[in-house]
Ligand binder design. Sequence first.
Ligand SMILES: [Zn+2]
Length: 478
Amino acid sequence: MLKPRFQARYAAGRWALAAAMAIVVSCRGREARVLSHPHIALIVLDTVRRDALHAYGFPADVSPTFDAFGREGVLFEDAIAPAPWTLPSHASMFTGLSPSEHGADYETMLLDAKHVTIAERLTGLGYQTLGLSTNPWLTKFTGMDQGFETFLSIPWSMRKRNEVDKGSDALLQRLLFWNRNKRDASRPLFLFANLMEAHAPYLPPPEYRKAMAGPRGLAATADQSSLVRFLKHNLGISRMRADEVKLLRLLYQAGIIRQDLVLRRLLRMVERMAPGALVIIAADHGESFDEHGLLGHEFSMYEELLRVPMAVKWPSCLPAGRKVTAPVSLTDLFGMILKAGQQPSRCGKALDPLDLLPQARDPLRIRISECHRPVPMERLARVFSEAAVDSINRRRKAVIRGPFKLIADAKGERVLYDLRADPGEMKPLEPAAVPEALLLTSVLGPWIEAPVETARPGSTDHLPIQLQEQLKAIGYAL
Ligand SMILES: [Zn+2]
């Protein structure tokens, strides 16, 4: 349902679009429509940490599709996620707001309708908008369909044999079906798709597990990478051995290979149905493999969770083979997509990638990432004692400026790192010895200082049973 002001803008956009549309005769002699605005696709690779991809240094050739995409387009070297888990990170991409501004986190589990999403803005410009997700956090029940003309939530199919089908095949089929039956070729397309093949449980089909992890990979089970198993490790109740964690990482990388093949199929479809599109590929957050004693995501603000891959390709407007080291955040995608959506479909001159991301021109811009308490506490309390979960039951905020990063939590802990000298965040600095610390601390704001006790515990109980089951399948419900 569109808000009234967007209904008016939408109607105006449709009229302007029709007026601006030209019919040209292609070199094959057939009529082809030239749209006034470019097609745009935002593809999110869920849970893909930056260093899991070959383009960013993973030694094995696990991501040829993403790597080629980065070579043919623009590869961003310094992109961070505004939150270490799905819902707030996507809500920030969709609205351009930080998690504490849009509020879609564990305490609400909902993107409030008062916020304006990129799908709404593009609808106002005359776009046909389609969202596709296999992630149960991205549905109408969490408000993440807001502004999309069509939003298809693909349920996970039942487990077959000893593997988890995370819905990518069904997602691609639904996209094909939609394109055949619902696509309006008179309008530019905005496509959003979330792919879940890298998300826990790390159980891609056997051939992928065998290729990365041999016989131990073949024998893997979903329980090995469940949230309960991660929590037992993270809380020190039952720590995994180093070789078990190493196996998990290999199984995760097997999922990355599977995801890359799905990405190749998706990109081919986008090329056919939205020729010349601006395509953005990014991850919503990363994944921890015991770098700081933690597994999974949501439980910290370290680089393994916040540092994400990001690449952009727009053949007619952006240069190929460019690497950008400027500091960007996924929050910037809202402005980037909106600005591109206001451009002609074919640029008169090549754009600098930072023309679409003007805020990244400041190398000392402040970027933040935030997270409420990591999992619904009343559910945690059913399994673990309150004392045990104290270390993770904390609202957190990371403030990054230049090489310095301050991580703060609501219980007063402050840790400062120099990412240039210490990219693994192993040697905390003494804040008093670093003048930058004062500036970073001043950015924390009242959100981080508010007592956790005043917050309403999040719950998944209001969600439909089928959705709760899907959340349970990816480990979110205890
Ligand atoms: Zn996610």
